[in-house]
Write a protein that binds this ligand. Structure first.
Ligand SMILES: [Zn+2]
Length: 364
């Protein structure tokens, strides 16, 4: 029987395949090592201080069903919270003489037997209801489809994208799937929404997301900041596309300059109410990150389990940004090009190594 010999695999393609495999292996090993180092700093049911998931944040708050809890801030201003939602969400209902404004459309986590946040808001007021959004992340637009549309902050970028009175919210903006938003009216930065004897100012406050908006009732000295400012041990998030620590710090500074210590602040996650001093603390911590003074450590956020992020922490104030690189750099074409170049360089070094080893092996 004739002896069959296996066709020889040329050294060059074999070295190339090995170099690619070694690069992938190296990246996975680095990611695994970073994940093992990154620990979650708080238990997942801790919200802020002694507040735990599902518990009420104040003695004045009441569960109105199995899901929503409501507290009247004053005559005509309501916190509508979802204490059992994974991020302890709050939306806000502001009622004027003629109209009512709901800021944010719920977490999207309500059980199917629970009414929409629109139905809940309409159980608190008989005034015609309008919707405005703090930003487009999925956990603030949950019940968007229960509304005819929303008032939208008129940034040049959003206006250039709108078509036929609608805006397509991209998956990178919602962080889940694309959504379609009907624009009821554009609102300019600083414009006041007239609710009838009550004016709500909208202010562009990028930093967490590019389209982030903060709503201010100057007369009653109330600020509704969405995800721009809040008190939640899950931390403030600047690791997403659109996040920017420098812009964030500057925008908080501008907001603080137009408010005083008498103002009451409300956020979209965690313990709903906080004060001017907390906003000031976030501003200085954000500034430390932006200027490189902060020494963040690798940690896990409950929003991204398993993903090693950089955490800047001062007591109960936590800020998460991507590891080793700021978000505004990470999500740019320049960093993608740099990443590609770095991977090509590492693969190239492995390739040279394997070729040299192959030559030595065949020479022996
Ligand atoms: Zn958000």
């Amino acid at each position: 029987m004739p002896r069959r010999t296996m066709p020889a695999v040329p050294t060059k393609p074999r070295a190339f395949r090995r170099a690619i495999a070694a690069t992938v292996f190296l990246l996975l090993a680095l990611l695994l090592a970073a994940s093992l180092l990154a620990k979650m700093p708080f238990a997942s049911d801790q919200v802020f201080g002694k507040l735990r998931s599902g518990q009420l944040w104040s003695e004045k708050a009441r569960y109105v069903d199995d899901w929503y809890a409501v507290e009247a801030i004053d005559d005509g201003s309501y916190i509508i919270a979802e204490p059992k939602s994974s991020q302890y969400n709050s939306s806000y209902l502001l009622v004027g003489g003629d109209r009512a404004l709901l800021i944010d459309a719920g977490s999207g986590e309500r059980p199917p037997n629970i009414r929409s946040i629109r139905a809940l808001a309409e159980s608190l007021t008989a005034k015609p209801l309008m919707l405005a959004l703090s930003h487009f992340h999925f956990d603030h637009i949950g019940d968007l489809d229960a509304f005819e549309g929303a008032l939208v902050l008129a940034t040049a970028e959003l206006q250039s994208r709108a078509q036929g009175g609608r805006l397509q919210i991209a998956a990178t903006e919602s962080l889940t799937g694309p959504r379609s938003l009907r624009i009821q009216r554009w609102l300019g930065d600083g414009e006041k929404i007239d609710l009838g004897g009550r004016a709500i100012e909208i202010r562009s406050t990028p930093g967490h997301a590019q389209e982030s908006a903060t709503y201010i009732d100057r007369e009653r000295q109330l600020v509704f900041a969405g995800d721009f400012l809040y008190q939640h041990l899950g931390g403030l998030v600047v690791f997403l596309p659109g996040s920017d620590t420098r812009v964030y710090a500057d925008e908080i500074g501008e907001l603080l300059a137009t408010t005083s210590k008498a103002y009451r602040y409300f956020g979209a996650h965690g313990k709903p109410e906080f004060d001017h001093d907390w906003a000031g603390r976030v501003q200085s911590a954000m500034g430390e990150l932006a200027s490189g003074v902060a020494k963040p450590v690798l940690a896990e956020s409950y929003l991204a389990p398993g993903l090693p992020l950089h955490m800047h922490r001062q007591d109960q104030l936590l800020i998460y940004q991507p590891p080793f690189i700021a978000a505004q750099m990470l999500y740019s074409w320049r960093s993608l090009a740099m990443l590609g170049a770095a991977l090509a360089l590492i693969s190239g070094m492995f390739w040279c190594l394997f070729r040299a080893l192959g030559r030595r092996g065949s020479a022996v």
